[in-house]
Design a protein around this ligand. Structure first.
Ligand code: MG
Length: 377
């Protein structure tokens, strides 16, 4: 079935509260939505957030990449040869993983619909032991003054979240204090994950993580303690602490994941579709992780339900994925979509709807490329 047209639009959803990490503060989800149509009139949807400080992708660059490079390359291709379409997209432009992810998600949505199955069933075809239909996501606690973080943590626990992902990376000793106070407030029954978002030096990381260990703060894992470029630093931290280290900003490509796993530079890997360029490459990372018995998290950027749900389908489909950081829809003040997985507090329930399951996207789309017309650059 031929890919007939590609359209673009934007969704804008205010967040419940501003999202703050060591790198940035954001007030709303303002993402590009991609709609791809095949000749039989079927649609698939994808989404990409501009996360310039992490992926380098801006709103303008994502749109220009889809319009000027990816769309002209894949329009008219046969969706049923999904591998060939993915290869063509990959070759159309280097990097630009968010734009690729948006298109990849829309293509997988369409492909699963064409196979008449939910995406997670399609993605688990080579992993038949996998039968998850329910995920439990953590909730992000933004980095703020300790008092505010304690209040946010208590509110999250009251809402039923049993796993907190606490953002730190702004001053090592202050960070220990933040986690100490949060642990004291929420008690022992809540899982605490710590994400430093590259905020520490390797020495500061080891000192801070050891201080958390000595104080028995029971931290499940520490995510990306040092710069994503500092491979040696990451390995150093992993070797010098007992707490499992999760690589996030250090792993974009399949090659990054291979290197981290081969050299044991981290214990765990955070897979995000916006880093890998979509499901196609994420599946390859899962294959490598599974072969090496490395556990993975599926995470998200500040994404709404289209992209997060694609991540949820992948998380449900693969047995290497034991952790979900898919709180995007929980951080949004409204859900403007129809259909798709059900987000109930910390629970994400996969449904038997075909594809990703999103039936309606309230966005004004502009067709940017079609097999009958020309591509509008
Ligand atoms: Mg992270």
């Amino acid at each position: 079935m031929k890919i007939k047209s590609i359209s673009l639009g934007y969704i804008d959803i205010p967040l419940v509260t501003p999202f703050k990490t060591a790198l940035r503060t954001v007030n709303s989800v303002n993402d590009l939505i991609v709609k791809i149509e095949t000749e039989d009139g079927a649609f698939g949807y994808g989404e990409a957030p501009p996360t310039a400080v992490i992926t380098g992708d801006t709103k303008e660059s994502i749109e220009a990449t889809v319009r000027g490079y990816i769309a002209p390359a894949i329009i008219g291709m046969d969706l049923d040869d999904l591998d060939a379409v993915m290869k063509k997209m990959e070759k159309s432009i280097a990097k630009n993983t968010s734009a690729k992810a948006a298109v990849d998600i829309a293509l997988y949505d369409l492909y699963a619909k064409r196979r008449n199955m939910p995406l997670f069933r399609l993605l688990s075809e080579n992993d038949p032991a996998q039968t998850k239909t329910r995920l439990e996501t953590d909730l992000t606690i933004s980095v703020n003054d300790t008092d505010e973080m304690v209040r946010d943590s208590l509110r999250a626990a009251a809402q039923g979240f049993r796993i907190l992902k606490v953002k730190v990376g702004k001053g090592g000793s202050k960070d220990v204090e933040r986690i100490r106070e949060i642990r004291r407030a929420v008690g022992p029954g809540i899982v605490i994950r710590v994400d430093a978002n590259q905020g520490w030096s390797k020495e500061e990381a080891v000192r801070t993580i050891r201080a958390m260990e000595d104080a028995a703060l029971d931290v499940e894992l520490v995510e990306q303690p040092v710069s994503g470029h500092d491979f040696k630093g990451l390995k150093y931290v992993t070797e010098h602490v007992n707490t499992p280290i999760l690589a996030d900003e250090a792993v974009f490509s399949v090659e990054d994941a291979e290197r981290i796993i081969e050299e044991r530079a981290a214990d765990l890997i955070n897979i995000k579709l916006m880093k890998t360029g979509g499901i196609h490459n994420a599946q390859k990372i899962c294959d490598i992780a599974q072969k090496n018995e490395i556990r993975c998290m599926i995470g998200c950027m500040l994404e709404s339900k289209v992209a997060v749900s694609a991540g949820a389908h992948l998380a449900a489909a693969r047995s290497c994925v034991t952790m979900a950081d898919l709180d995007g829809p929980s951080l949004c003040s409204i859900d403007p979509y129809e259909g798709g997985p059900v987000y109930q507090g910390p629970e994400i329930l996969l449904t038997e709807e075909k594809g990703i399951g999103i039936a309606k996207v309230p966005v004004l789309f502009e067709e940017v490329c079609s097999s009958t017309g020309s591509c509008v650059l």
